[in-house]
Design a protein around this ligand. Sequence first.
Ligand code: GUN
Length: 281
Amino acid sequence: MIISGKELSARLKAEMAEEVKGFPAKYGRVPHLVVVLVGDNPASVSYVTGKAKASAEVGIRNTTIRRPESISEAELLELIASLNADAEVDGILVQLPLPKHIDEDKVIAAIDKSKDVDGFHPLNVAALWQKQPCTLPCTPKGIIKMLKAAGVEIAGKRAVVIGRSNIVGLPVSKLLLDENATVTMAHSRTRNLAEVTRGAEILVVAIGRPKFITADMVSEGTVVIDVGVNRDPETGKLCGDVDFAAIEPKASVITPVPGGVGPMTICCLMENTIECFKRRF
Ligand code: GUN
């Protein structure tokens, strides 16, 4: 079975749009998401465009603020302070990565925790790891939603997560653990990686290397979640971290690239924006 993140997210966005329609009467306005884009990295521009498009579909007000690559850290922090103070801003997202001369951690920590729609603020991260209420990071949240929508039983399963980033690997491992999976966190320094991945009943791959996971690394019946967004060096087309064509026949459930995890990430961003908005009233 191929899980279409595109279809699931379309359904969820339609439900959110229905709810948001009632907001002007109930709250006097609609949620407002501000996305800050520094520089013109093509992938970042494309992601930010996707976020604006989804906002329009759901009825969320979206402002994209573009700043040149040359912006100083102090200027960016000043911008964030003004957005924190703006009562008409409910969600703030600073598109990553930032230019090398800017300290990403400092920028993330400067965002008001209650407007942190990415769930990247240290206080949100701490709350996640202490199982307290928090804004969940969008990609991990979307992955769990996809697994549940596909009817995958997570409890008791051997889950292997490849990649240990703050954005995906670490938080998705924690969410899988909270769903009672037995989680192995593998990465570039893992020895005998194929042996580890062959033991997975649920395999989440977020390493950013095109078609890194080959058919021999996956057992029959595995649930495969591909978080990768890469260019295939041979065809120039978008591809995941998983060799989809080779693994799809072996997997019980698999997500495609594009149209898998990506749309679910944006869908969860919409959900997080609505949550942050509601908490303000
Ligand atoms: N860059 C890649 N993924 C993300 C994300 O989920 N949020 C932000 N802010 N930047 C990203």
